[in-house]
Write a protein that binds this ligand. Structure first.
Ligand code: NAD
Length: 480
C-alpha cells in the first residue's frame, strides 16, 4: 500500500476566494475502495452562483484582452505546477475515484500535455483574409472567444475531462465556471489551485459544486453564459443541449458510447487481446470510449474468447493505492448494482459467463472482471452502455453483417478494428458510424487530435484545433 496518501481540503473557488466546508453545507466524499468518508464538500448557494456569474462576465473582459502569448505563459506555468504536484494529485485522484495509481498518473500526464498543447495552440488562433467585392475592400473572418463558459465534468476522468475544458476555454480567451463531479472533487480543487498559483487573474477560472441539476439549470438560465461543455450520460447531455438551444448558445457534448470491436480472422489475435483487454478493464471499464461489444469472426472466436477470459481472470482487483492492483473498484455503488443487473439479464437471455460475473466482497465497490459469450442481441448489455468491467463476445461471419450490427445502436463514439488487411481497414474506417475509429490500436485520446462522438454520443470535439475553435466564434469584418 502506498503509505501516507492524503486527501485534500475541499473548497469552492469563486472570484479568487476559497470557500471551505466550514462555511457551507454540502455532502461527504467517499473512498470507493473502502466506503470511508474522506472529505466534506461544500455546495454553492444561489448567492455564490450569482457572484460566480458576475465575476465570470468581468473576468472575460480582462482575459480576452490579455495577449495570447501572455495567456499561454500562465497556462504553461499552471502545467509546470501540476507536473510538480503530479504524484500528490494522483493519490488524491485514486483516493476519490478508485483507479490504480499508475492510471491516475497516466491520466494526469495526458491532461497536463493537453494544457500545454492548448496554451500553444491559442497563440495560433488565426482568421482569414477573404477576396473583397471592390478593389479597396478588406474582408476578414476573425475568430473571437465566445464568452463565459459553463462546464460540467464527470467522475470517471476527474483530471482529463476537467483540463480539456479549461484548456480549450482559456486558450481561446474565455472565462469558465466549472462544476466538477461531486464524487471526485479533490482533483478539480487541486487543478484550480494550480491556476491560482500560476497567476491566472481572479475569476477567469471558478469552481463550484452542488446538486448537479440545480447548478446547471441556474447557470444555463443566466445571460452571462455563452457556451456550455458537458461530459457525461446521453440522457443528461440531451437535456442540457435542449436548454442551450432554447437560449441559442453554443454547446459541446461528450456523451455515452457503446464501442464495437471488430476482430477479423487475419488479425494479430494476441495483440488484439492485449490491447483490448488492457483497455476494457482500465478504470474498471468506466470509460466512455471503452470497448464494449466484441464482434469476433467465427474462425477465431474461441481462441479470442479463451485468451480474453485468461486476461481478465489474471487481473488483480484491489485498492488502487496498492501497487499490486491492476484494477480498482467501481466509482460508486450505483455502478456495482448496474453491473449485477446486466449480468443477470444476460444470463437469463442465454449468455455464458466465462469469468467473473459478481461483486467481490462487501467493503468497497469491487466487481470482478467479467467475460461473457453467446450474448443475444436482445440482452440489455448490448443496447445500454455498460460502463463497467464486462466484455460481451459475439460471433460474426460476414463483413456486411458485422458492419450492420456495429452500426445498429444510436451511439457513435469510438470503434476498434483488428485486421492485417489494408482493404478491410479502409472499408471499416469509412463504414463505421463513429466519431473515432482505431485500427490495430487502442489510442483515440491525444492532445493534438479531435475527440468526440456522432449520433447520440455527442456534438463537437475536444482536443486538437477543433477543441480550441469550439470556444471561438467567427466575426466577419468588411471595411471599405
Ligand atoms: P448521471 O447521468 O447521473 O451522471 C453523469 C454525470 O453527469 C455526473 O458527473 C453528474 O454529476 C453529472 N450530471 C448529472 N445530472 C446533471 C445535470 N442535470 N446537470 C449537470 N450535470 C449533471 O449518471 P451516473 O450514475 O453518475 O453515471 C452513469 C452513466 O453516466 C454511465 O452509464 C455513463 O453512460 C455516463 N457517464 C459518461 C461519462 C463519459 O465520459 N461520457 C462519464 C461519466 C458517466
Amino acid at each position: 500500500m502506498e503509505s501516507g496518501a492524503m486527501y485534500t481540503e475541499l473548497d469552492l473557488f469563486i472570484g479568487g476566494e476559497r470557500i471551505g466546508s466550514a462555511l457551507r453545507s454540502g455532502e461527504p466524499v467517499l473512498n470507493p475502495a473502502t466506503g470511508d468518508v474522506i472529505g466534506t464538500l461544500p455546495h454553492a448557494t444561489r448567492a455564490d452562483l450569482d457572484r460566480a456569474l458576475e465575476t465570470s462576465a468581468r473576468a472575460f473582459k480582462v482575459w480576452k484582452r490579455t495577449l495570447a502569448v501572455d495567456r499561454a505563459k500562465i497556462m504553461r506555468r499552471a502545467a509546470d505546477i501540476l507536473r510538480d504536484r503530479q504524484e500528490r494529485i494522483a493519490q488524491i485522484l485514486t483516493l476519490e475515484e478508485g483507479k490504480p495509481l499508475r492510471e491516475s498518473r497516466a491520466e494526469l500526464t495526458l491532461s497536463i500535455e493537453t494544457l500545454d498543447w492548448m496554451a500553444d495552440e491559442g497563440r495560433r488562433s488565426y482568421g482569414r483574409v477573404i477576396p473583397g467585392h471592390t478593389p479597396d475592400a478588406r474582408v476578414l473572418a476573425v475568430r473571437e472567444p465566445v464568452g463565459p463558459v459553463a462546464a460540467f465534468t464527470p467522475w470517471n476522468f476527474p483530471a482529463l475531462t476537467t483540463l480539456r475544458k479549461i484548456s480549450g476555454a482559456l486558450g481561446a480567451g474565455c472565462s469558465i465556471i466549472l462544476k466538477a463531479a461531486e464524487e471526485t472533487p479533490g482533483t478539480a480543487v487541486e487543478i484550480a489551485r494550480a491556476f491560482e498559483d500560476a497567476g491566472l487573474p481572479d475569476g477567469v477560472l471558478q469552481l463550484v459544486f452542488g446538486v448537479p441539476a440545480d447548478v446547471s439549470e441556474y447557470l444555463l438560465a443566466s445571460d452571462v453564459i455563452r457556451k456550455i461543455s458537458f461530459t457525461g450520460s446521453t440522457r443528461v447531455g440531451q437535456n442540457l443541449a435542449a436548454m442551450a438551444a432554447s437560449r441559442s448558445i453554443r454547446f459541446t457534448m461528450e456523451l455515452g458510447g457503446h464501442a464495437p470491436v471488430l476482430v477479423f480472422p487475419d488479425a494479430d489475435i494476441d495483440k488484439a487481446v492485449e490491447l483490448m483487454g488492457g483497455f476494457k478493464y482500465r478504470n474498471a471499464g468506466q470509460v466512455c470510449v471503452a470497448p464494449t461489444r466484441f464482434f469476433v469472426h467465427e474462425d477465431v472466436h474461441d481462441r479470442f474468447a479463451s485468451a480474453l477470459t485468461a486476461f481478465a481472470a489474471n487481473l488483480k482487483v484491489g485498492d488502487g493505492l496498492d501497487k499490486a492492483s491492476t484494477m480498482g473498484p467501481m466509482a460508486n455503488l450505483r455502478r456495482v448494482d448496474a453491473m449485477q443487473a446486466m449480468v443477470d439479464d444476460a444470463k437469463r437471455t442465454g449468455a455464458t459467463i466465462t469469468t467473473g460475473g459478481e461483486r467481490i466482497g462487501n467493503a468497497g465497490y469491487f466487481f470482478a472482471p467479467t467475460v461473457m459469450t453467446g450474448v443475444q442481441d436482445a440482452a440489455r448489455i448490448l443496447r445500454e452502455e455498460p460502463f463497467g468491467p464486462i466484455a460481451p463476445i459475439m460471433r460474426f461471419s460476414g463483413m456486411d453483417e458485422v458492419i450492420a450490427r456495429a452500426n445498429s445502436l444510436p451511439f457513435g463514439l469510438s470503434s476498434y478494428v483488428f485486421t492485417a488487411s489494408e482493404r478491410t481497414a479502409r472499408i471499416m474506417s469509412q463504414e463505421l458510424e463513429a466519431g473515432m475509429v482505431a485500427v490495430n490500436s487502442a489510442t483515440v485520446s491525444l492532445p493534438q487530435a479531435p475527440f468526440g462522438g456522432i449520433k447520440s454520443s455527442g456534438e463537437g470535439s475536444e482536443g486538437g484545433i477543433e477543441g480550441l475553435q469550439a470556444y471561438t466564434q467567427t466575426k466577419l469584418v468588411v471595411q471599405q
